[in-house]
Design a protein around this ligand. Structure first.
Ligand code: FUL
Length: 610
């Protein structure tokens, strides 16, 4: 779950952007609803479907969707402590990015086609990367640039220089602020921080609110004042979209770079920060991770529909922050992520974390460059020279001429979302050499963009898009094309655990699972352990904190390491416990405790010793 605690007692929010407009579509007058539509009491499903077809994005949502490629920069004290979540007790003196060069960040991103970059101005540890008046837990207290450094100031200058849009991540959860959990005092501090970010650094285009909401230093959880948060954005940066707990952009529901096959931007999911979300989520049995957020079955149950498009946030490395032992994902993994995010009606938010020097890691720079080139090649080699817009009646089709010499690998489809997201089911046929049509791709939603990799790449002189089902009488297609899939070399395999040789499990016996106790049947030299949650493990049973104990005789136990698997609930990647030295052991015991403090059974197959 993106957030660990559900927020209660939120005040009613005003929705200033939501409204009605009408336009002429052919001879027929249509009504459009911007960002939200409320169904009349007792509306039939047909009425709801018709109204759903007329829900459109706000101007700023449309502009954001067209960015397609956006970047995240996770940087802060965690970069120096090798953690994913800091606990707020870090000494600001550790933050010394001697060679910080935000030009290098932005140049790398710009060359690869990224259009916006978001900086973690404050992560859950509460350390502020800008010159804030609100706390001393910031760059002001670091020896870096004699306490006068300001990462956001540098980044905003680089963004201006390279014509890159800028966004800010300001974690609501703050494990350092003494006022966290007290109510108004912390909300005042948070608004003051947001005000600084939105006032002093020029145009801000996206504001990112993480959903994590845990305990602060006094053991209390905070109730955030979202109404004031959104008012502040509307006043200071009216063109900025707000994401995740924000009102304009939805979290896709995972941190692995995976959009849904059926991805509705017109969803029954209200932003989590809206007062109605609690009862709505319960009544419809949904949350941001649900598979179905917009089908007709959902419309039948819902009272309102929101234009709430998906953003796919994923890191180029296993963790969000830079860790010396981690490697970037392969080009194959990244190109798949592109097809499964931008190609599934989402915006990609790819994280590239700077090193302790304040520079992007050269390995990441190289990989981002390769990804940029791959995307450029994919989009440049188009088999249809004429890419026309079409109004297609539901049940109808349209034929597009192709260059018959091009090997088609991917079908590109785009709806004109300024007229709503309407396609519910479609298929694409290709005209074969022998003059017959055969189905080469099919799908459900299209939305802003759909990329459909073909099972078999082949040459076609024509393709035919058939709209099998849709909302409204016609759908509006902005682009239909056929793309050549750029080849990848086999050297593109990733290694998530470089330099690790797993110890054989032969002769092991499991004496209990909660805690997981394993006797090796012989003496082993152990340097560390990697815990990888089993696929399909229910998120509520994931271990958040751990205690690792070892035994030299198989009878008595002593603690070897304890700590947090921090972000495991959102990002269930392999978690590494590196011991302070090599131990000779005959057994190990791993105790896992959930966020709620319950012990969980762990499986032998989930651990690897090295
Ligand atoms: C998560 C956070 O807890 C991670 O640390 C990271 O910032 C990610 C983007 O969102 O929920």
């Amino acid at each position: 779950m993106k957030r660990s605690t559900k927020l209660l007692a939120l005040l009613a929010l005003s929705l200033p952007l939501l409204g009605l407009l009408t336009s002429c579509e052919g001879a027929k007058q249509s009504t459009y609803y911007t960002q939200r539509v409320d169904f009349p009491e007792g509306a039939t499903l047909d009425t709801k479907v018709e109204m759903a077809s007329q829900l459109i994005p706000s101007e700023k949502q449309q502009a954001w969707q067209e960015l397609e490629l956006t970047a995240f920069i996770h940087f802060g004290v965690n970069t120096f402590t090798n953690q994913e979540w800091g606990d707020g007790t870090e000494d600001p003196a550790i933050f010394v990015p001697e060679h910080l060069d935000t030009d290098q960040w932005v140049r790398t991103l710009k060359d690869a086609g990224f259009r916006l970059v978001i900086l973690t101005c404050k992560h859950h540890d509460g350390f502020c990367l800008w010159q804030t008046e609100t706390t001393d837990h910031s760059v002001k207290s670091s020896p870096w640039r004699n306490g006068e450094g300001d990462v956001l100031r540098d980044l905003s200058a680089s963004c201006k220089k390279y014509d890159m849009k800028l966004g800010v991540y300001l974690s609501p959860w703050d494990r350092n602020a003494a006022s966290y959990g007290t109510g108004k005092d912390y909300n005042d501090l948070y608004i003051a921080q947001l005000t600084e970010l939105l006032s002093d650094y020029g145009d801000i285009d996206e504001v990112w609110f993480d959903g994590a909401c845990g305990e602060g230093p006094n053991g209390k959880v905070q109730e955030y004042d979202w109404e004031r948060v959104f008012e502040t954005i509307h006043k200071l940066q009216p063109n900025a979209v707000s994401a995740i707990m924000g009102e304009d952009i939805r979290w896709v529901g995972n941190e692995s770079g995976l959009g849904r096959e059926t991805e509705w931007s017109a969803t029954v999911l209200a932003p989590d920060s809206y007062p109605e979300s609690d009862s709505l989520y319960k009544a419809l049995d949904i949350n941001a991770m649900s598979e179905d957020l917009g089908s007709r079955e959902m419309l039948a149950k819902a009272g309102s529909l929101y234009w709430y498009p998906s953003e796919v946030d994923v890191s180029i490395r296993p963790g969000w922050f830079w860790h010396p032992e981690e490697e970037p994902k392969s080009l194959k993994q990244l190109s798949d992520i592109y097809l499964q995010s931008v190609g599934r009606n989402s915006v990609l938010l790819l994280n590239i974390p700077p090193t302790r020097d304040g520079l992007l890691d050269e390995r990441d720079v190289k990989r981002v460059g390769e990804l940029g080139q791959w995307i450029r090649q994919l989009n440049e080699q188009r088999a249809a020279t004429e890419d026309l817009a079409h109004e297609i009646r539901v049940g109808g089709s349209v034929v597009t001429e192709l260059d018959p010499d091009m090997q088609v690998g991917v079908i590109l489809l785009q709806e004109d979302i300024s007229r709503g997201q309407r396609v519910e089911k479609f298929h694409v046929d290709g005209l074969m050499d022998d003059g017959t049509w055969s189905q080469i791709a099919k799908g459900t939603t299209i939305g802003y963009k759909r990329l459909l990799p073909l099972e078999v790449q082949a040459k076609y002189s024509k393709i035919r898009l058939v709209i099998d089902e849709g909302r409204g009488s016609s759908v509006f297609i902005r682009h239909i094309n056929a793309l050549v899939l750029p080849p990848l070399s086999s050297s593109e395999l990733a290694d998530d655990m470089p330099g690790i040789t797993p110890i054989s499990k032969q002769g092991w016996t499991v004496s209990s699972v909660s805690p997981l106790e394993i006797l090796f049947g012989r003496e082993l030299s152990v340097q560390g352990l990697i815990y990888t949650p089993a696929k399909g493990r229910d998120a509520t049973t994931l271990p958040f904190t751990y205690l690792l104990e070892g035994s030299e005789d198989g009878k008595s136990w002593k603690p070897l390491a304890r700590g947090e698997f921090s972000n495991i609930v959102n990002n269930p990647i392999p978690q590494k416990i590196k011991l302070d030295r090599v131990y000779s052991l005959r057994g190990m015991r791993l105790t896992g405790t959930t966020v709620e403090g319950h012990g969980v059974p762990l499986e032998e197959s989930e651990v690897v010793l090295y």
